[in-house]
Write a protein that binds this ligand. Structure first.
Ligand code: LLP
Length: 421
């Protein structure tokens, strides 16, 4: 459920008319509904065992307003870079609720994680384990770690966001974990507290998750039997969300929570979750204006002022996002098929292909739905199109939570060297 809907023929985000926001922010812009963030977080929280840490995956949407809103609801943060660590801390997430994941953490990042005193570093390889031990020893401190396991399970999702198969770069192969745990015990600067797993994103079938979690439970028991004090298990993120209205919805958090409770029943550990998409995807829309409607030789095009640089998911993952007009269509309006495209000079700049749409003309506003996760977060300035602003709505209030950069600032980042002058 989200908080975007028509009232008297106009699209609203909570109690704010999108047209009013567009008048202030200009288009395109991302718009987030605080009430949806709150709802999704609380639904997830009540689905998982009490005492679990819900470490929101900052990569899905790192806007400080979003992270801080979730932090106020008791969320922690799953971060994967120094930048995300800084975001989480700046948004007020306590270090004791921050988990650091990622396959290529640098020395600088590991140092920053130790300095901040975060809850756990999820180690993904033997060399990373050695480096972390060395850094912690230098700093005369101890690092609390989990070993991220690669369970060799196919998440049955898009190949580009599948992370749990043996051939993927992530995690430590199951068979190597006992030896790595034994090595961690030798290294006095390390405290091995748990295991972690994350097999992919936009997972719409619980069975691969169940398979992976079962393997992790067995592995945890093996480590416990070997005398390791395993007290936490991080189950990652990955639960899918509905993108296509009318399609079979993915399993809801309650079904996921029930499965998790069943798999880990009787094991005395704290569970950690790293949901990203589930919390923010349907809490955000991308609002754009129609620049022009164009008739091609064989197709019709609705050309928007938003493009693949603002929302790359359709180009990168063949992702579907519903597109709706901000003015509710008349009951008998003649719908027709069109491609919804941006102005970027690539055919890949297609936000929706062969979509049935109500009549749209120049100047009309449209909303691209379910764009709160991996939308603004993956935007770029390709074609020197400034990153678009982000707006958060809460009831009748809204605020611009990221400014649109000025062209001067964009150009000022480049330098023409002396030898060209
Ligand atoms: N934890 C780890 C270690 C991850 O790698 C990810 C996502 C998450 C948690 C959060 O997963 P979620 O709950 O959001 O599925 N850009 C792609 C998705 C990439 C996901 C990367 N890792 C997309 O737009 O579909």
């Amino acid at each position: 459920m989200n908080h975007f809907g028509y009232r008297a023929g106009r699209l609203y985000a909570e109690d704010c008319a999108i047209e009013d926001i567009a008048a202030r922010a200009g288009t395109p812009f991302y718009c987030y509904a605080h009430a949806t963030l709150e709802r999704h977080f609380s639904v997830f929280k009540s689905a998982v065992p009490e005492g679990s840490l819900i470490a929101y995956a900052v990569k899905a949407n790192g806007n400080l307003a979003v992270v801080s809103a979730l932090g106020r609801m008791s969320a922690g943060a799953d971060v994967v870079s120094l930048g995300e660590l800084k975001r989480a801390l700046a948004a007020g997430i306590p270090p004791q609720r921050i988990v650091f994941s990622g396959v290529g953490k640098t020395r600088v990042e590991l140092e920053a994680a130790l300095d901040a005193g975060i809850y756990e570093i999820n180690v993904e390889s033997a060399p990373e384990l050695e480096l972390l031990a060395e850094i912690a020893a230098e700093k005369k401190t101890r690092a609390t770690i989990a070993i991220r396991v690669n369970p060799d399970v196919d998440a049955l999702t898009h190949a580009k966001i599948s992370t749990g198969k043996g051939e993927n770069k992530f995690g430590v192969p199951m068979a190597d974990v006992p030896a790595l745990a034994a090595r961690a015990r030798e290294l006095k600067a390390l405290d091995l507290a748990g295991l972690a797993v994350h097999i992919g994103s936009q997972i719409t079938d619980l069975s691969p998750l169940e398979d992976a979690f079962t393997r992790i439970r067995i592995l945890a028991e093996t480590l416990l039997a070997a005398g390791h004090a395993i007290t936490r298990i991080d189950l990652g993120g990955g639960l899918g969300v509905p993108y296509v209205t009318g399609n079979q919805p993915p399993p809801d958090p309650a079904a996921y929570g029930a499965m998790v409770r069943r798999i880990f029943a009787g094991l005395d550990v704290q569970l950690i979750f790293e949901p990203g998409r589930l919390i923010v995807a349907n809490a955000g829309i991308l609002v754009a204006r129609v620049i022009r409607v164009k008739r091609g030789a064989t197709r019709n095009f609705v050309i928007l002022d938003a493009a693949m640089n603002d929302l790359i998911r359709p180009a990168l993952y063949d992702a579907h996002h519903d597109v709706v007009p901000v003015r509710e269509p008349e009951r008998n309006a003649p719908w027709a098929e069109a491609d919804v495209v941006g102005p970027v000079c690539e055919t890949g700049d297609t936000l929706a292909s062969g979509r049935r749409l109500p009549p749209l003309s120049e100047g009309d506003l449209v909303a691209i739905l379910s764009a709160g996760a991996y939308g603004a977060a993956q935007a770029s300035e390709y074609n020197t199109r400034p990153l678009v602003p982000e707006v958060m709505v809460k009831g009748t209030d809204f605020a611009i939570v990221r400014d649109r950069p000025r062209y001067e600032d964009i150009l000022a980042r480049d330098h023409i060297p002396a030898f060209l002058r």
